[in-house]
Design a protein around this ligand. Sequence first.
Ligand SMILES: [Zn+2]
Ligand SMILES: [Zn+2]
Length: 255
Amino acid sequence: MELRVIGCHGGETPKHRTSAFVVDDRLAIDAGSLTSGLDLRAQCALEAVLVSHAHLDHVRDLATIADNRNQNGAAPLVVAATKPTIATLRKHFFNNLLWPDFSRIPSAGRPAIRYLELKLERPVDIAGYAVRAVPVDHTIACCAFTVRGERGSLAYSGDTGPTDRLWDVLNATDDLKALLMEVSFPNDAARLARASGHHTPETLARDMAKLGRAKELPTLLYHMKPSFQAKVERECARLPRLNLTVCALGDQFIL
Ligand SMILES: [Zn+2]
Ligand SMILES: [Zn+2]
C-alpha cells in the first residue's frame, strides 16, 4: 500500500495544505487539498474519497475536483461518508447555491460525484479496499477509517479529541501497519483543543496509552495548526514510548 501526503495541516498558507491523503493513486482520504495538491491526471485517476466529516478543511476541494472531473469526462467519483456528513454536503455544499449539485451533473445517471453512505463499523468494499468507519469525538459527527488492503490495514483518525471506541477497534485490528493521527494545538492551548474537539500532544499521549502496540505502531501525525506547527512538533518530540513521525507535504510511505 502506498500512502501519499497531499495535505496534512489544520489550516492553510502557501506552505500548509488542509487534510488529504491518497492510497495507491485511487483512494483519497479527505478532500482538503485534492485539487490544490494533485495534477489533473491524478485528480481524474481517483475512484473514491472517504470523507471523515463535513468541516470545510476536509471537504473544500470536493467542489473543484467535481468540476474538473466533469470537464474531463471522468467516471463518477464515489464520495463515501456517514449519513450526517452526506446530509450536510447535500444541504449546505452541493446545494445549487454555494456550488452546483454535481451529484446530478452532467446527468443524474452518470454524475461527477456519487454519494455512498457508510454505516458505522460495517466494512464495505471501496476501490478494492475493505473500509470501515469508526465514530470519534469531535464537534460534529466525525469518523475515523480503517482501510484494509491485501497486505494489511491503515487507520486514519479524522478530527478528534480524546476518544475510546477507535482504540478498541485498533487493538482488535491485528494487521494494522500505520495510523494517521491528528494533533492540532500545543499543550498550553488545551482549553481551545477541548472546545474544538482536537488533541494536544499531552492528550494524544494519554489517549494513545489505550492502544496496546503504541510503542511500535508507526504513527503519522497530521492536522497541526500552521500557527503552532513548530511548538507542537517540539512537544511531540518529547513524548516517550511512541513511534511518531510528523507528516510533511509530498511524503510517501510504503506500508
Ligand atoms: Zn473538524
Ligand atoms: Zn480539520
